[in-house]
Every structure is written in C-alpha cells, then in structure tokens.
Design a protein around this ligand. Structure first.
Ligand SMILES: NC(=O)c1ccc[n+]([C@@H]2O[C@H](COP(=O)([O-])OP(=O)(O)OC[C@H]3O[C@@H](n4cnc5c(N)ncnc54)[C@H](OP(=O)(O)O)[C@@H]3O)[C@@H](O)[C@H]2O)c1
Length: 259
C-alpha cells in the first residue's frame, strides 16, 4: 500500500524558491504538515500562505542558513517544538555560484557551493536524524544533479559537491540500514528556476540563454518526483532518480531550436 502524506511532517530546505517552494506546495496539496527553511524569510512567508491555501495540515517556516551549524541547530530545535518526529526530509538547499574554470575560480564561489550543497546537507541530516530513526518508512530525499554524474567545463566544484552528495546518500543508506528509513537521491538535469540567475549573479541575459530554444524541466516536474519517492510503500526505497528534459540527451548534447 502506498504511503499517504496526510498529516505527515515534511521538512524542506531551500523552500523559498524553485524546487523547494514547489515541493512544499505539492506536499501541502497532499495534506501534509509542511516545514520550510531558507534565508529569505519573506519568501517563505508567501510560500507558507500558498501551502495553507493548498490544503496543508499546517505550514511553518523559520530562517535557515544551511551554511552555518548554529543556524541549522537553532532551526531543528524550533522544529522539535512543532513535532517529535519527521516523516520526510528533503535536502534541497543549494545551487551553483559562478561557472569559472579551475584556473579562474574564486574562493568565495567555491566556499559557498561547498557550504550549502555539501556541508549544509550533512548538518541538516545530522540534526534531523534523531527525529527519523524511530520512524520506519520515513524518507530522506537528497537533491543531487546530473552534474554529480557527469562533469562539465566550468562546473568543477559544483560537479564535485553534487558527486559528493551521491556518496553521502550511499553512506547514509548503509548506515541507516535496519532503521526502515529510505534514503534516495533525486537528480535533475536542466531546469528553469532561479538556479542560473543565482549562478550568474543576477545576470538575466546570461541565465536566460541557458534555456533558449528548448523546453527545460520546471519545478513541478521535480516536485512530482519528490511526492512519488515519499509515497512508495515502506518496503520500497527509490535509491536514485535522474530526470532530464527531453531536449537534453546528455550534459553536452541539448537540442535547441532557433527562434
Ligand atoms: N535548476 C537546475 O537546473 C538544477 C539542476 C540540478 C540540481 N539542482 C539543485 O536543486 C536544488 C534547488 O535548486 P533550484 O533549481 O530550485 O534553485 P533556486 O530556485 O535558486 O532555489 C535554491 C533554494 O536554495 C536555497 N538556499 C541556497 N543556499 C542556501 C543556504 N545557505 N541556506 C538555506 N537555503 C539556501 C535558496 O533560498 P535562500 O536564497 O532564500 O536561502 C532557494 O530556496 C539545489 O540543490 C540545486 O543545486 C538544480
């Protein structure tokens, strides 16, 4: 029997935009209690209101910077005042900063990517596991990327941290074997969110170019996959999902139509 999300507790990191915000709205529609964290609290407030409208059992938000252990611990202490157990954790917060070659790379970009995608995932998972270990059938979804599977020029650190995400996911699945927690990675390809705008530091012309001449994935495509992973029967663990838009056959081969 599939797992119902009704009244389940779901925590999504990076829920102020993109996959995280759309994931929150999808879990809300399924009747879950949705808990959201990100740095832009005003955005979270809007998403929480949308979740309530959509039918969430409840919607909660709090400032969270996954790059900071103190912020993660404050967040999870607050989370524990809402619920003693977590049914779904989506480690989604992250993204790319810059697209420089290694030769041109900037420390600040590298550090931001390592802190959010890699160490952030570790910190949040460590803090949340006590709320999941006595809850067989709970689901831990890490958002990886096609970039963690195939490297590309200008992507060294981003590809590296997403490759690390895959190793962490595998280690966790081994460490948690016997607890009944399902651990999986959800790896999107080219998807139109604020991802490219953040990567190119607000340069809209540059970020729009990434999506020119093709139909990229949208946040809803990834949110639907989150729901699917979390609603499998408790004996089923979805280890890995790779989702690409049809026009992206591989990281270096995308079919684009000129206007
Ligand atoms: N879009 C793509 O093509 C694509 C493809 C593969 C994988 N991904 C991955 O998917 C995930 C979501 O990205 P997206 O495409 O939805 O991008 P997005 O629209 O830019 O959303 C990124 C989210 O992550 C949050 N975030 C970033 N750093 C954070 C930090 N230090 N602490 C807390 N929250 C933080 C942002 O919130 P605040 O800024 O408010 O903190 C925002 O809510 C990322 O892990 C990304 O690497 C994206």
């Amino acid at each position: 029997m599939n797992t119902s999300l009704k009244d389940k507790w779901v925590f999504i990191t990076g829920a102020s935009a993109g996959f995280g915000a759309e994931g929150a709205r999808h879990f809300a529609r399924a009747g879950a209690n949705v808990v959201m964290g990100a740095r832009r609290v005003e955005r979270l407030e809007t998403v929480a209101a949308e979740c309530e409208q959509a039918g969430a059992a409840s919607a909660h938000f709090h400032e969270l910077d996954v790059a900071c252990t103190k912020s993660v611990n404050i967040f999870v202490d607050w989370l524990k005042t809402l619920t003693p157990k977590l049914d779904v954790l989506v480690n989604n917060a992250g993204g790319a900063h810059g697209a420089d070659t290694v030769a041109e790379g900037k420390d600040a970009d590298w550090e931001a990517m390592v802190q959010s995608n890699f160490l952030g995932l570790m910190r949040v998972t460590r803090a949340c596991l006590p709320l999941m270990v006595d809850n067989p059938g709970s689901t831990l979804i890490n958002i990886g990327s096609i970039a963690g599977r195939v490297a590309y020029e200008g992507g060294s650190v981003y590809c590296g941290v997403k490759a690390a995400e895959k190793s962490i996911t595998q280690s966790l699945r081994l460490e948690l074997n016997g607890t009944g927690i399902r651990v999986g990675t959800l790896d999107p390809g080219l998807a139109e969110t604020e991802f490219a705008l953040v990567r190119f530091k607000g340069d809209a012309a540059k970020s729009n170019k990434i999506y020119e001449g093709l139909d990229p994935l949208v946040a809803e495509d990834i949110a639907e996959a989150m729901i699917w992973m979390a609603t499998r029967p408790p004996h089923v663990c979805i280890d890995e999902i790779l989702i690409k838009c049809t026009a992206q056959a591989a990281i270096h081969k995308t079919h684009r139509v000129a206007d």
